[in-house]
Design a protein around this ligand. Structure first.
Ligand SMILES: CC(=O)N[C@H]1[C@@H](OP(=O)(O)OP(=O)(O)OC[C@H]2O[C@@H](n3ccc(=O)[nH]c3=O)[C@H](O)[C@@H]2O)O[C@H](CO)[C@@H](O)[C@@H]1O
Ligand SMILES: C=C(OP(=O)(O)O)C(=O)O
Length: 421
C-alpha cells in the first residue's frame, strides 16, 4: 500500500498546469461505443479511473492505445457481453456504458457500479430514464438487465439533476428514433462537453448547460477527434492548496467560469483571486476569514470540493458551517482532520468548524478521492510531518498530484511499505 509523507509548512509558489477533466473524459470514452471506428480523445489525464474505463471498453471488445495525452479507442471489434462486478465496482462511471450499449445493441447486462463510498448512489434515475425510452429493465442479484428493440424518444423528468443519469439518457437518446426532452437535467460543464462531443459525431443535442436538454435521435454516429475540457475540480483543489499554505500560485489551462463558485468563496475568505482568459492567480497573504458553504448541483458549490474547502475552514479565523446536500456520507475526512487538530462538530448533514491557527501533522487515511486530496492539502498546511495512507483513492482522480505540488515547493515523498517508490 502506498502512502505520502508530507513535511508541512512550505508556501506553494509557481505555476501549475491543470490536466484534462476526469468527469468529462469518462462519459466521452463511453460515448465512443455509439459508433464504429476510431475515436481520438485529446487532453486525457493519466489517472486510474481512465485506465479502468479503458479496461471496461477492452472487455467489451474495443482496442485502446495512448500517445502522450491522446487516447484512441477503436470500437470495430465490440461485442457486448455481461459486465461483471469485478470491473463495474472499480468506478462509478462504468455505468455510463449502459446508455450507449442499449442504443447501439438494444441490450446491456451489467453489475451495479462502484465509485467513491460517499453515499448510497442508486441507479433508479438511470433505469427510469431508460424505461421511458422503451427499454425493459429488471434487476437481479446485483445486476441490471436492460433490453429493448423499439426504442423511441420521450419526455423525461429527473427527480434530481443527476449528472450520470443526464449523461446516460443523452447518449442513449442520441441514437434512437424520435425526440427526447430531458427536464431537470444536470447543468455541469462536463455535460456540455459531452454534448459537444456527441454533436461532432453527428448527434442533434441542444440545451446542455441548462435544465432542459433536447435530443433528436439519428440513425448513425461517426468517429471523431475531440479535446476534453480542463478539470475544474483539480483546478479548485490547487486553488485551495495555494490558499491553505499561504502561497502564490498561477493555474494555467483552466476555465475560470467553471470554478466561479470556488473563486467566490475564496474571495469571501479574503484570498486574492485574479482571473484571466484561461489562467487564475491565487495570492494568500493572511489567515482566511470565516465562511459557510452549501453543496449544490452546478452552478452551486461542488460537493467534490467540500473536503478541500473544509481544510481552509479548519484554519480560518472564526466558525463556519458546511452543509452537504448531495451525498449523505461525505464527511469521512472529518475524523482524519480531527487527528490533525481540527475542531469540527457534525450534526446530520452539517459540519460546524471552529478554525484553529494551525493544524499539526498526524498519521491519516484517505477514505475516498477528494477527502484524500483534502488530507494532502491539510498536510502541506500543517506543522511537522503528515502521513497519508491509502493513496490509491487519490490516484483515481488526480494526475501526478504530489509531483505538481513538489514542483511548487512542497516536500512530499511517496513510499511503498516504507520504501520510496
Ligand atoms: C464520474 C462522475 O462524473 N462523478 C460525479 C457525478 O457522480 P454521479 O453522476 O454518480 O452523481 P449524481 O449527480 O448522479 O448524484 C447526485 C445525487 O443524485 C442521487 N441519485 C443519482 C442517481 C440516481 O439514479 N438516483 C439518485 O438518487 C445521488 O444519490 C446523489 O444524491 O456527479 C457527482 C455530483 O456532482 C460528483 O460528486 C461526482 O464526482
Ligand atoms: C465522487 C467522485 O468520483 P466518482 O463519481 O467517480 O466516485 C469524484 O470525482 O469526486
Amino acid at each position: 500500500m502506498e502512502k505520502l509523507i508530507i513535511m508541512g509548512g512550505t508556501k506553494l509558489k509557481g505555476t501549475v498546469k491543470v490536466s484534462g477533466s476526469k468527469n468529462a473524459v469518462l462519459p466521452i470514452m463511453a460515448a465512443s461505443l455509439l459508433c464504429d471506428g476510431q475515436t481520438v480523445i485529446h487532453n486525457v489525464p493519466r489517472l486510474r479511473d481512465v485506465l479502468v474505463m479503458e479496461q471496461v471498453l477492452q472487455f467489451l471488445g474495443a482496442k485502446t492505445s495512448k500517445e502522450g495525452s491522446a487516447l484512441t479507442i477503436d470500437t470495430r471489434g465490440v461485442n457486448p457481453q455481461r459486465i461483471t462486478e469485478v470491473l463495474m465496482r472499480k468506478l462509478r462511471a462504468s455505468n455510463l456504458v449502459m446508455g450507449p450499449l442499449i442504443a447501439r445493441y438494444g441490450e446491456v447486462q451489467a453489475a451495479y457500479p462502484g465509485g467513491c463510498a460517499i453515499g448510497s448512489r442508486p441507479m433508479d434515475l438511470h433505469t427510469k430514464g431508460f424505461q421511458n425510452l422503451g427499454v425493459q429493465v429488471s434487476e437481479k442479484f446485483g445486476y441490471i438487465y436492460a433490453k429493448g428493440n423499439k426504442l423511441a424518444g420521450a419526455d423525461i423528468h429527473l427527480d434530481v439533476p443527476s449528472v450520470g443519469a443526464t449523461e446516460n439518457i443523452m447518449m442513449a437518446a442520441s441514437l434512437i428514433h424520435g425526440e427526447t426532452i430531458l427536464h431537470n437535467a444536470a447543468r455541469e460543464p462536463e455535460i456540455v462537453d459531452l454534448q459537444n462531443f456527441l454533436n461532432l459525431m453527428g448527434a442533434k443535442v441542444t440545451g446542455a448547460g441548462m435544465d432542459v436538454i433536447r435530443i433528436l435521435g439519428v440513425n448513425r454516429l461517426r468517429p471523431v477527434e475531440h479535446e476534453v475540457i480542463p478539470d475544474r475540480i483539480e483546478a479548485g483543489t490547487h486553488m485551495l492548496a495555494a490558499a491553505v499554505t499561504g502561497g502564490k500560485m498561477k493555474l494555467i489551462d483552466v476555465i475560470p467560469e467553471h470554478v466561479e463558485p470556488v473563486i467566490a468563496k475564496l474571495r469571501e475568505a479574503g484570498i486574492e483571486v485574479q482571473e484571466k482568459d484561461n489562467s487564475i492567480e491565487i495570492i494568500s497573504r493572511q489567515r482566511p476569514g470565516p465562511i459557510d458553504i452549501k453543496t449544490m448541483p452546478y452552478p452551486g458549490f461542488p460537493t467534490d470540493m467540500q473536503p478541500q474547502m473544509m481544510v481552509l475552514m479548519s484554519i480560518s479565523q472564526g466558525t463556519g458551517i458546511v452543509s452537504e446536500s448531495i451525498f449523505e456520507n461525505r464527511f469521512r475526512h472529518v475524523d482524519e482532520l480531527r487527528r490533525m487538530g481540527a475542531h469540527i462538530k457534525l450534526e446530520g448533514n452539517l459540519g460546524i468548524i471552529k478554525g484553529v491557527p494551525k493544524l499539526s501533522g498526524a498519521l491519516v487515511e484517505a477514505p475516498d478521492l477528494r477527502a484524500g486530496a483534502a488530507l494532502v492539502l491539510a498536510g502541506m498546511a500543517a506543522n511537522d510531518i503528515t502521513v497519508v495512507e491509502n493513496v490509491h483513492h487519490i490516484d483515481r482522480g488526480y494526475e501526478n498530484l504530489e509531483q505538481k505540488y513538489t514542483d511548487l515547493g512542497a516536500r512530499i515523498v511517496r513510499v511503498n511499505n516504507g520504501f520510496r517508490s
